[in-house]
Design a protein around this ligand. Sequence first.
Ligand SMILES: *Cc1c(COP(=O)(O)O)cnc(C)c1O
Length: 498
Amino acid sequence: MHYYSTRKQDYKVGAAEAILQGPAPGGGLFVPSVQAEPFKLETLPAGHYRQIAATVFEKFRGDYSREDISQAIDAAYSDTGFAHPDITPLKKLEDGQHVLELYHGPTGAFKDIALQILPHLLTIAASKSGDSKEIVILAATSGDTGKAALEGFRDVKGTGIVVYFPEKGVSSVQEIQMTTQEGNNVTVAAVRGNFDHTQAGVKEIFNDAGIKSKLNGAGYRLSSANSINWGRLMPQIVYYFKAYRTLLDDGIIIPGEAVNFAVPTGNFGNILAGFYARQLGLPVNRLICASNRNNVLSDFINSGNYDSRRKLFNSLSPSMDILVSSNLERLLFEISGRDSELINTWMNELSTEGRYQIDSATLGKVQELFWSDYTGDEETLKVIADTYRDRGYLMDPHTAVGKNVLDRYLAVEKDRHQSIILSTASPFKFTKTTIKALFGQNAYRNLNELELIRVLAGKTGTRSPACLAGLDQKPILHRQVIEPADMPGHLLELLNPG
Ligand SMILES: *Cc1c(COP(=O)(O)O)cnc(C)c1O
């Protein structure tokens, strides 16, 4: 097997090269050459998450050897890295509805699932290509990704990681998570500015040929852990199979019975993994795409018109505050019969005009599988409160967006299939919002976020994740604050290429 570029189908690379490159040259994204398959029970081994991962990765591994993959899986999904032995436990919420908890990794958000294994896939790929340079991951973060990348790459041989975050642009829990980061190959610095300034600084470094050649000369290869890398998408396919296996084992479904997945969506990575799971034969009835008030995607799925020309709102589900969902390009490529010419047309329109409209045949295919709607902040708070009151289950605001859109879907379509809501973050990662939902606007206003973690645990009798609860005891290890203009200089000084 090999990997195509969505915008240049005759450009093919192996799996390791696709993961090493990240985006394809000329702006496309890599997609696997796998063919759609019918359901086979053999793709669902009983047993640990790691066994299901090995079976799923087998379809995509290409030039990675089976040993490479199993070594990466063992390193990523160990019982010490994840706080739950099932890695992604499935919990029953109510009749016909289940929650797949994806947040038991080291940072409390679902990005851990991909970022725990990506460093291993990358270093194996580099050694295959004969490149002995140290991989330096450079990232600008508005919160969750930076911390998950730091935990994934810390102390991984042959790699280093540098994360810049906006001094006033992350929550205090997120800031402390990053400034207390341990590891002998990690650097964290705050940037005086907002996320746009920070991101612009990182882009400038990536686009500077002079910096690149200096670093190459000194034995470094700059890379990114961005969510458009195939190596971040592939690991997410696994938990769709794992959830299905759990429902089978619990006798809730019979082999081959189709289920729905409801996914709180931002960059369209998580839900696209569900699409690929279905391509591999997983019996998926509907993929329910849940947006927040930044409802570009739900407008698109309902109309075929992707229009990013609108104001970005800061919502209570910040990890979904996004106007351009990059991974949608992969879905359109697959659904249009891998027509790279069409993809070029639409993506060029998106970059020049901020919008594109797909044809009605393609839209029909999208709507056969996807259903979408959105949830505003007021409703998000109400869902958190109602679900806790009625079911005794505490969920984070992103998950609440998913639950609300699923309820609407089930009511509108009168669908009786079992449904699985993907829970993307621990409720303790967004304590301000969960506390506000449960106890009202004015409760505990004088407490900081770390104190709120304790309040939420005490009041709900829920254990807070160890990775968040212990934060106030950890020493601050990274105190540097730099100007946006000094970012290239900071990096060069750090790596000291002379
Ligand atoms: C990143 C993230 C999302 C969005 O996932 P996509 O793959 O970008 O659609 C949703 N919830 C949380 C908590 C996240 O961190």
